[in-house]
Design a protein around this ligand. Structure first.
Ligand SMILES: Nc1ncnc2c1ncn2[C@@H]1O[C@H](COP(=O)(O)OP(=O)(O)OP(=O)(O)O)[C@@H](O)[C@H]1O
Length: 239
Protein backbone atom coordinates (compact mmCIF):
# COMPACT_ATOMS: atom_id res chain seq x y z
CA UNK A 1 0.00 0.00 0.00
CA UNK A 2 1.17 3.54 -0.74
CA UNK A 3 2.28 5.66 2.21
CA UNK A 4 0.54 8.70 0.74
CA UNK A 5 -2.19 8.82 -1.86
CA UNK A 6 -3.45 11.98 -3.54
CA UNK A 7 -6.59 11.42 -5.58
CA UNK A 8 -8.23 13.97 -7.90
CA UNK A 9 -7.12 16.85 -5.68
CA UNK A 10 -8.33 20.37 -6.41
CA UNK A 11 -7.44 23.51 -4.43
CA UNK A 12 -9.16 26.83 -5.07
CA UNK A 13 -8.75 30.28 -3.61
CA UNK A 14 -12.02 31.99 -4.45
CA UNK A 15 -12.25 31.90 -8.22
CA UNK A 16 -8.60 31.00 -8.70
CA UNK A 17 -7.86 27.33 -9.27
CA UNK A 18 -4.41 26.60 -7.83
CA UNK A 19 -4.53 22.81 -8.29
CA UNK A 20 -6.79 20.63 -10.38
CA UNK A 21 -7.14 16.89 -11.09
CA UNK A 22 -3.96 16.04 -9.24
CA UNK A 23 -3.32 12.37 -8.49
CA UNK A 24 -0.19 10.50 -7.44
CA UNK A 25 1.04 8.12 -4.75
CA UNK A 26 4.22 8.12 -2.66
CA UNK A 27 5.78 4.86 -1.47
CA UNK A 28 7.01 4.38 2.08
CA UNK A 29 10.58 5.65 2.46
CA UNK A 30 10.53 7.40 -0.91
CA UNK A 31 12.13 10.81 -1.51
CA UNK A 32 9.91 12.84 -3.81
CA UNK A 33 10.78 16.29 -5.11
CA UNK A 34 8.03 18.62 -6.29
CA UNK A 35 9.39 21.15 -8.75
CA UNK A 36 8.00 23.73 -11.13
CA UNK A 37 7.81 27.48 -11.71
CA UNK A 38 6.38 30.10 -9.34
CA UNK A 39 2.64 29.74 -8.96
CA UNK A 40 2.64 26.09 -10.15
CA UNK A 41 0.77 25.07 -6.99
CA UNK A 42 3.61 23.40 -5.09
CA UNK A 43 2.99 25.09 -1.73
CA UNK A 44 -0.76 24.67 -2.13
CA UNK A 45 -0.18 20.94 -2.61
CA UNK A 46 1.88 20.65 0.60
CA UNK A 47 -0.69 22.80 2.39
CA UNK A 48 -3.52 20.53 1.28
CA UNK A 49 -1.65 17.39 2.36
CA UNK A 50 -0.83 18.83 5.81
CA UNK A 51 -4.39 20.09 6.32
CA UNK A 52 -3.45 23.79 6.37
CA UNK A 53 -5.22 24.50 3.07
CA UNK A 54 -8.71 23.07 2.46
CA UNK A 55 -9.20 20.89 -0.61
CA UNK A 56 -12.05 21.92 -2.89
CA UNK A 57 -12.27 18.38 -4.18
CA UNK A 58 -10.53 15.03 -3.92
CA UNK A 59 -9.08 12.73 -1.29
CA UNK A 60 -5.76 12.49 0.53
CA UNK A 61 -4.82 9.24 2.25
CA UNK A 62 -2.00 8.09 4.50
CA UNK A 63 -1.60 4.32 4.96
CA UNK A 64 -5.03 4.00 3.38
CA UNK A 65 -6.71 6.25 5.98
CA UNK A 66 -8.40 9.40 4.76
CA UNK A 67 -6.68 12.58 6.00
CA UNK A 68 -8.85 15.07 4.13
CA UNK A 69 -10.84 17.28 6.49
CA UNK A 70 -8.97 16.27 9.66
CA UNK A 71 -7.14 19.59 10.14
CA UNK A 72 -3.40 20.15 10.73
CA UNK A 73 -3.20 19.05 14.36
CA UNK A 74 -4.92 15.70 13.90
CA UNK A 75 -2.91 15.07 10.74
CA UNK A 76 0.30 15.82 12.69
CA UNK A 77 -0.83 13.35 15.36
CA UNK A 78 -1.14 10.69 12.68
CA UNK A 79 2.56 11.13 11.88
CA UNK A 80 2.79 13.76 9.17
CA UNK A 81 4.76 16.93 9.77
CA UNK A 82 5.61 19.99 7.74
CA UNK A 83 8.69 22.19 7.49
CA UNK A 84 7.14 25.40 6.18
CA UNK A 85 8.56 27.73 3.56
CA UNK A 86 10.56 30.51 5.22
CA UNK A 87 11.15 28.21 8.26
CA UNK A 88 8.76 30.18 10.55
CA UNK A 89 10.88 29.78 13.64
CA UNK A 90 10.17 31.92 16.70
CA UNK A 91 13.14 34.30 16.80
CA UNK A 92 12.53 35.48 20.37
CA UNK A 93 12.36 31.95 21.81
CA UNK A 94 15.46 29.88 22.47
CA UNK A 95 16.48 27.06 20.13
CA UNK A 96 15.31 24.48 22.68
CA UNK A 97 11.98 26.26 23.22
CA UNK A 98 11.44 26.22 19.45
CA UNK A 99 12.03 22.48 19.42
CA UNK A 100 9.52 21.91 22.22
CA UNK A 101 6.77 24.09 20.71
CA UNK A 102 5.02 21.33 18.76
CA UNK A 103 5.40 18.57 21.33
CA UNK A 104 2.37 19.65 23.38
CA UNK A 105 0.29 17.25 21.28
CA UNK A 106 2.36 14.28 22.51
CA UNK A 107 1.62 12.39 25.69
CA UNK A 108 4.77 10.25 25.62
CA UNK A 109 7.04 12.65 27.52
CA UNK A 110 9.95 10.17 27.84
CA UNK A 111 9.92 9.68 24.08
CA UNK A 112 9.87 13.47 23.63
CA UNK A 113 13.09 13.67 25.66
CA UNK A 114 14.57 10.95 23.43
CA UNK A 115 13.55 12.86 20.33
CA UNK A 116 15.12 16.04 21.67
CA UNK A 117 18.32 14.06 22.14
CA UNK A 118 18.03 12.66 18.59
CA UNK A 119 17.54 16.19 17.22
CA UNK A 120 20.60 17.42 19.10
CA UNK A 121 22.63 14.44 17.87
CA UNK A 122 21.53 15.00 14.28
CA UNK A 123 22.21 18.74 14.48
CA UNK A 124 25.03 19.27 17.02
CA UNK A 125 24.98 23.02 16.42
CA UNK A 126 21.47 23.12 17.90
CA UNK A 127 22.77 21.55 21.12
CA UNK A 128 25.59 24.09 21.29
CA UNK A 129 23.12 26.94 20.75
CA UNK A 130 20.22 25.39 22.72
CA UNK A 131 19.77 28.38 25.03
CA UNK A 132 20.46 31.07 22.40
CA UNK A 133 17.58 32.99 20.84
CA UNK A 134 16.69 31.26 17.57
CA UNK A 135 16.74 34.66 15.83
CA UNK A 136 20.50 34.78 16.38
CA UNK A 137 21.13 31.66 14.24
CA UNK A 138 22.35 31.86 10.65
CA UNK A 139 19.89 31.07 7.81
CA UNK A 140 21.28 27.54 7.43
CA UNK A 141 21.08 26.91 11.17
CA UNK A 142 17.49 28.18 11.20
CA UNK A 143 16.64 25.73 8.41
CA UNK A 144 18.19 22.90 10.47
CA UNK A 145 16.12 24.08 13.45
CA UNK A 146 12.94 24.04 11.35
CA UNK A 147 13.70 20.46 10.23
CA UNK A 148 14.60 19.38 13.77
CA UNK A 149 11.37 20.93 15.08
CA UNK A 150 9.31 19.00 12.53
CA UNK A 151 10.99 15.82 13.78
CA UNK A 152 9.82 16.48 17.33
CA UNK A 153 6.31 15.21 16.58
CA UNK A 154 7.87 11.87 15.61
CA UNK A 155 6.64 11.89 12.00
CA UNK A 156 6.65 9.07 9.49
CA UNK A 157 6.07 11.49 6.61
CA UNK A 158 7.75 14.87 6.39
CA UNK A 159 6.84 17.64 3.92
CA UNK A 160 9.57 20.22 3.38
CA UNK A 161 8.81 23.46 1.53
CA UNK A 162 11.82 24.97 -0.27
CA UNK A 163 14.63 24.16 2.18
CA UNK A 164 17.18 25.85 -0.14
CA UNK A 165 15.45 29.23 -0.12
CA UNK A 166 17.93 32.05 0.47
CA UNK A 167 20.83 29.76 1.40
CA UNK A 168 24.31 29.59 -0.14
CA UNK A 169 24.94 26.41 -2.21
CA UNK A 170 27.39 24.99 0.36
CA UNK A 171 24.85 25.45 3.13
CA UNK A 172 22.18 23.81 0.96
CA UNK A 173 24.57 20.83 0.54
CA UNK A 174 24.76 20.52 4.30
CA UNK A 175 21.00 20.83 4.80
CA UNK A 176 20.35 18.05 2.27
CA UNK A 177 23.11 15.85 3.75
CA UNK A 178 21.41 16.05 7.13
CA UNK A 179 17.95 15.56 5.68
CA UNK A 180 19.04 12.43 3.78
CA UNK A 181 20.81 10.97 6.84
CA UNK A 182 17.70 11.53 8.93
CA UNK A 183 15.58 9.92 6.27
CA UNK A 184 17.78 6.82 6.31
CA UNK A 185 17.90 6.73 10.12
CA UNK A 186 14.16 7.08 10.63
CA UNK A 187 12.80 5.46 7.46
CA UNK A 188 11.05 8.75 6.72
CA UNK A 189 8.98 9.37 3.63
CA UNK A 190 10.01 12.78 2.31
CA UNK A 191 8.14 15.15 0.00
CA UNK A 192 10.29 18.19 -0.76
CA UNK A 193 9.42 21.29 -2.77
CA UNK A 194 12.63 22.23 -4.57
CA UNK A 195 12.76 24.89 -7.28
CA UNK A 196 16.14 23.71 -8.53
CA UNK A 197 15.80 20.52 -10.55
CA UNK A 198 19.61 20.37 -10.74
CA UNK A 199 19.72 20.22 -6.99
CA UNK A 200 17.03 17.52 -6.92
CA UNK A 201 18.99 15.49 -9.47
CA UNK A 202 22.14 15.83 -7.38
CA UNK A 203 20.43 14.73 -4.16
CA UNK A 204 18.59 11.95 -6.01
CA UNK A 205 15.04 10.66 -5.87
CA UNK A 206 11.82 10.92 -7.78
CA UNK A 207 10.61 14.22 -9.15
CA UNK A 208 7.16 15.49 -10.04
CA UNK A 209 7.11 18.58 -12.20
CA UNK A 210 4.07 20.84 -11.83
CA UNK A 211 2.79 23.66 -13.92
CA UNK A 212 -0.49 25.53 -13.72
CA UNK A 213 -1.70 23.30 -10.88
CA UNK A 214 -1.17 20.05 -12.80
CA UNK A 215 1.50 17.38 -13.08
CA UNK A 216 3.43 17.70 -16.34
CA UNK A 217 6.07 15.02 -15.68
CA UNK A 218 6.88 12.37 -13.09
CA UNK A 219 10.09 10.32 -12.97
CA UNK A 220 13.64 9.92 -11.74
CA UNK A 221 15.09 13.36 -10.89
CA UNK A 222 18.41 12.49 -12.50
CA UNK A 223 16.67 11.79 -15.81
CA UNK A 224 14.97 15.19 -15.87
CA UNK A 225 18.11 17.25 -16.18
CA UNK A 226 18.93 15.58 -19.48
CA UNK A 227 15.42 15.71 -20.94
CA UNK A 228 13.68 18.74 -22.40
CA UNK A 229 10.85 18.25 -19.95
CA UNK A 230 12.10 21.02 -17.72
CA UNK A 231 12.26 23.80 -20.24
CA UNK A 232 8.91 22.62 -21.54
CA UNK A 233 7.40 22.85 -18.06
CA UNK A 234 8.86 26.27 -17.42
CA UNK A 235 8.52 27.89 -20.81
CA UNK A 236 6.18 25.79 -22.96
CA UNK A 237 2.49 26.31 -23.57
CA UNK A 238 0.31 25.50 -20.57
CA UNK A 239 -1.23 22.02 -20.77
N1 LIG B 1 -3.71 32.23 0.15
C1 LIG B 1 -3.89 32.44 -1.15
N2 LIG B 1 -4.90 33.22 -1.60
C2 LIG B 1 -5.10 33.43 -2.93
N3 LIG B 1 -4.33 32.89 -3.90
C3 LIG B 1 -3.29 32.11 -3.51
C4 LIG B 1 -3.03 31.85 -2.12
N4 LIG B 1 -1.93 31.04 -2.04
C5 LIG B 1 -1.56 30.81 -3.33
N5 LIG B 1 -2.36 31.44 -4.19
C6 LIG B 1 -2.28 31.38 -5.67
O1 LIG B 1 -2.36 30.01 -6.04
C7 LIG B 1 -1.47 29.72 -7.11
C8 LIG B 1 -0.49 28.64 -6.67
O2 LIG B 1 0.33 29.17 -5.64
P1 LIG B 1 1.38 28.30 -4.83
O3 LIG B 1 2.00 29.19 -3.80
O4 LIG B 1 0.77 27.03 -4.39
O5 LIG B 1 2.46 27.98 -5.98
P2 LIG B 1 3.98 27.59 -5.83
O6 LIG B 1 4.27 26.66 -6.94
O7 LIG B 1 4.25 27.12 -4.45
O8 LIG B 1 4.69 28.98 -6.09
P3 LIG B 1 5.95 29.63 -5.35
O9 LIG B 1 7.13 28.88 -5.81
O10 LIG B 1 5.90 31.05 -5.85
O11 LIG B 1 5.69 29.53 -3.87
C9 LIG B 1 -0.79 31.03 -7.47
O12 LIG B 1 -1.52 31.61 -8.53
C10 LIG B 1 -0.94 31.86 -6.20
O13 LIG B 1 -0.97 33.24 -6.49
Amino acid sequence: MAKLGIHDLAVRYGKLTAISDLSFTVAEGERLFISGPNGAGKSSLLGAISGAVPAAHGRIEMDGDILSGLGPERIARRGLSMVPEGRRIFGGLTVQENLMVGTGIRRDRAAVADDLETAFTAFPILRTRAQAPAGALSGGQQQMLAIARALMTNPKVMLVDEPSLGLAPKVVDEVYDRLCSLQALRGLTLVIVEQSSTRAARVGGRMILMRGGRIVADGDAAGFAAADLLSEAYFGDPA
